[in-house]
Design a protein around this ligand. Structure first.
Ligand SMILES: Cc1ncc(COP(=O)(O)O)c(C=O)c1O
Length: 394
């Protein structure tokens, strides 16, 4: 038996990750014996900082999404920051440009736009997708919310695909549609490297700028480094800095765990998507005062979590619904940051403003919620959810 197989067998003996036997958690960890063994192998190898494993994860992820490049970082929020900074660095976007951002999204979908020197303009989301929709005259931040693809277009499309691994518009995977896309590999996501993120792009220039932005602004991992070195012969190339970057690098453990997981993506999305369709159909048939969000025609929903919206005239409010569902073991959350313009942090986001009315984002803010979805869920989990919903509206 090889050392790796030996470690994997040992880990498998002690690992206790099972399909949950009661309630409905928000997520089930996709990290199994193979990833833990890969992490231990990496620790034993003595090379712990970003190296060959990260490169292998990047290659596998670029291929899985269908882009020429993928740049690994330490979180989805870091991926957003690196991606937007690289777009400014390469002149695809200019500092001070307005970027259309959906009012409903994750906090850092908004914050990173401002952190990159851009001016976020929050607008309402579509009532069937809860995502940014339509054609805009300014660059758009297409947040593929909870696995639902955002079909918004503009002069530049930037994608927040942090919760939409494997989602598609037509035949194109999200993250490959715009100038660049960002993914998260946090614990609860389709694939997980504990924490982790990735920037995908087809552009050599954006990819190189992202490589500098990720690691101190230096040239080391850039594909065009030889030309930069030649233009700066007086500076030692080991410490040659070309961008005002950050340090948002992943560790080798991220790479090793990612490599083990990428092959499972399609199977996971198939399961999640089938669950999503069945849950929508079943809940719609119950005639409860809640609406669900079926997959949009022409898209593939990656079903990160299962969003619902309580009717405005429902007999109970959202707080009471949360209380009743949680009492039955159903974990609940508001829909991400809900209307981000109504979060206290909004007034601290430089140059952010709201454009137009936001009735859908407001409804989400007041009455929206989600429950978990997972590759590990089956009929039993749907039954538990249905039973709890019936109890809540009894
Ligand atoms: C849409 C969206 N963007 C960004 C993020 C941030 O990712 P991370 O937690 O890896 O920083 C998340 C996290 O769930 C997300 O759902």
């Amino acid at each position: 038996m090889s050392r790796k197989a030996d470690i994997e067998a040992l880990v498998a003996r002690y690992l206790e990750i099972e399909t949950p036997t009661e309630g409905l958690p928000l997520a089930v960890s996709p990290i199994g014996a193979e990833e833990i063994a890969a992490g231990i192998e990496t620790l034993l190898s003595g090379w712990l900082t970003m190296g060959k494993q990260v490169s292998a994860f990047e290659s596998a992820w670029a291929e899985a999404i269908g882009t020429r490049h993928a740049i690994c970082v330490n979180s989805g929020s870091s991926a957003l920051l690196v991606m937007l900074s690289a777009l400014v660095e390469t002149g695809v976007l200019q500092r001070g440009d307005e970027v259309i951002v959906p009012a409903v999204g994750w906090s850092t979908s908004l914050f990173t736009v401002a952190q990159a020197g851009l001016h976020p303009v929050l607008v309402d989301v579509g009532e069937d997708s809860l995502c940014l929709e339509g054609e805009w005259d300014r660059p758009v931040m297409a947040v593929h919310l909870l696995g639902c693809p955002s079909r918004a277009t503009g002069p530049v499309i930037v994608e927040d695909a942090c919760g939409a691994h494997g989602a598609k518009i037509g035949g194109d995977r999200v993250g490959s549609i715009g100038a660049a896309g960002a993914f998260s590999f946090f614990f609860s996501h389709h694939l997980s490297t504990i924490e982790g993120g990735m920037v995908n792009t087809d552009s050599d220039e954006i990819a190189d700028a992202a490589r500098s932005m990720r690691a101190h602004g230096w040239v080391r991992e850039r594909n065009d480094r030889e030309a930069i070195k030649a233009a700066n012969p007086e500076i030692d190339p080991r410490f040659l800095f070309v961008s005002a970057g950050y340090n948002l690098r992943p560790t080798e453990i991220t790479g090793a765990m990612g490599v083990a997981q990428v092959p499972r993506l399609d199977g996971y999305v198939t399961r999640r998507r089938a669950n999503h369709a069945q849950w929508c159909d079943t809940i719609e048939e119950l005639g409860l005062p809640i609406r669900v969000f079926p997959e949009l025609t022409g898209t593939t929903h990656a079903a990160f979590a299962f969003p619902m919206l309580l009717d405005a005239d429902a007999p109970i409010d959202r707080a009471e619904l949360f209380h009743r569902l949680e009492s039955k073991g159903i974990s609940t959350r508001p829909i991400s940051g809900s209307n981000l313009a109504r979060q206290p942090a909004f007034e601290r986001v430089p140059h952010a403003r709201v454009e137009g009315p936001t009735p859908v984002a407001d409804a989400v803010h007041e009455r929206g919620f989600f429950v978990g979805q997972s590759h590990a869920f089956d009929e039993r989990h749907l039954e538990r959810l249905i039973e709890a919903l019936r109890f809540a509206f009894r």
